[in-house]
Design a protein around this ligand. Structure first.
Ligand SMILES: Cc1ncc(COP(=O)(O)O)c(C=O)c1O
Length: 377
């Protein structure tokens, strides 16, 4: 698959991207809910590819500015397929601040596959200077979960290329999204994401994808997906493709609301610190959706009462959808880590994650004000 060269914006191209439906001309591609194709079809078997996954991948490739996209059942299966590029003895480097399940997967996979695993704070210069010479793959999120720290992709790509030109720089682009950050343009070899989050946006479908330019690697990943059966089913691919139509619209609204709520939180006595990532023309052009804050000293241990007082925020590990969510990383996204690992990551029970949906900003502020007031009662 090759991205089209066009003067149109990526979001316009992605919206109009269609597989060949010449026989029926539907305005939206239907669900191809079939596993098998006849011998004269350009498709082979849905475990290999399907019109719905191919159309989704084409649209995502436009947004990621990549030559190839490989869609997967979940974000974790996208990470797993990429890990399968490593061989026993290879050296995997991950960032210290990372989604809890990814962290656990790296630990488990490194043990099972006899990989060397190094964990550094790549948002700090000292961490980047400590990158080992024999590094094979560097995998990180930027902005990070938690704390929304920035890892400079281009600088890291240059350092890693000097250490080992064959090493792969892999960015988990879930939180930034392809609309606001294009890791491949910054020098990464692979950009992957959980499509369960903003691409779906409606908390009703799971998916993941891997974007890259290298044809040989793409071929290997496609083979790994075919043999492991990690492809998206047609119905999920169709839902994600449908959600993608409103993705830029939703993201811009997430940005507007998040900026407003950031200002609101900065002014609250109950809040000691609010985390918002650095944006720049070079890397993360805009940001919206998820913020973290820490309760100030006088309000410590208030999370449960605060959460229970909110009426517009569902609690749980889900996020990045049309309705707002509140979570405590300690007991949610990072629950699979032991207490010592969480403390080493800087996570405590007073760290709160807020993910803003598409409710009216004034209603969200009123709901938060009310929940803060409960802490004073
Ligand atoms: C940054 C990041 N990467 C990957 C994943 C895993 O995605 P999924 O839940 O679709 O497997 C998540 C899930 O929260 C995530 O936040």
């Amino acid at each position: 698959m090759t991205t089209q060269k066009s003067t149109q914006h990526p979001e316009t191209q992605a919206l109009h991207y269609r597989i060949n439906n010449a026989a029926t001309h539907p305005v939206a591609t239907p669900i191809y809910q079939n596993s098998a194709f006849s011998a004269d079809s350009p498709y082979f078997y849905t475990r290999k590819s399907n019109p719905n996954s191919v159309e989704l991948e084409g649209a995502l490739a436009i947004l990621e500015k990549s030559e190839h996209v490989i869609s997967t059942t979940t974000g974790m299966s996208a990470i797993m397929l990429v890990l399968q590029l490593l061989r026993p003895g290879d050296h995997l480097l991950i960032n210290q601040y990372i989604y809890g399940c990814s962290y656990k997967l790296f630990q488990r996979y490194a043990t099972h596959m006899q990989l060397q695993l190094t964990i550094l704070d790549l948002s700090a210069k000292a961490g980047r200077e400590a990158i080992p010479d024999d590094v094979s793959m560097v995998l990180f999120e930027t902005p990070t979960n938690p704390f929304l720290k920035t890892i400079p992709i281009r600088e890291l790509a240059e350092i890693v290329a000097r250490k080992n030109p064959a090493a792969l720089l892999v960015v988990d682009n879930t939180w930034a999204t392809a609309l606001f950050q294009n890791p491949l343009e910054c020098g990464a070899q692979v950009s992957l994401a959980s499509a369960t989050k903003y691409i779906s946006g409606h908390s009703d479908v799971m998916g993941g994808f891997i974007a890259l330019n290298d044809e040989r690697l793409a071929d290997e990943l496609l083979q790994n997906r075919f043999y492991s059966g990690a492809i998206l089913d047609p119905n999920s691919a169709w839902l994600l493709r449908r959600s993608l139509h409103t993705f830029p619209l939703r993201m811009r609204e997430h940005v507007r609301i998040t900026r407003g709520l950031y200002e609101f939180l900065l002014g609250r006595d109950e809040v000691a610190r609010v985390y918002f990532p650095e944006t720049s023309a070079e890397q993360l052009r805009e940001y919206g959706g998820i913020l973290f804050f820490e309760f100030s000293k006088a309000y410590q241990n208030g999370y449960t009462r605060f959460r229970d007082a909110l009426t517009l925020f569902d609690s749980g590990t889900g996020m990045a959808c049309v309705s707002s969510m509140v979570a405590q990383p300690w007991s949610g996204s990072h629950a699979s880590l032991c207490d010592a690992e969480k403390i080493a990551m800087g996570i405590n029970t007073d760290l709160v994650r807020l993910c803003f949906g598409l409710e009216n900003e004034e209603d969200l502020i009123a709901d938060l004000k009310n929940a803060f007031a409960v802490l004073d009662a």
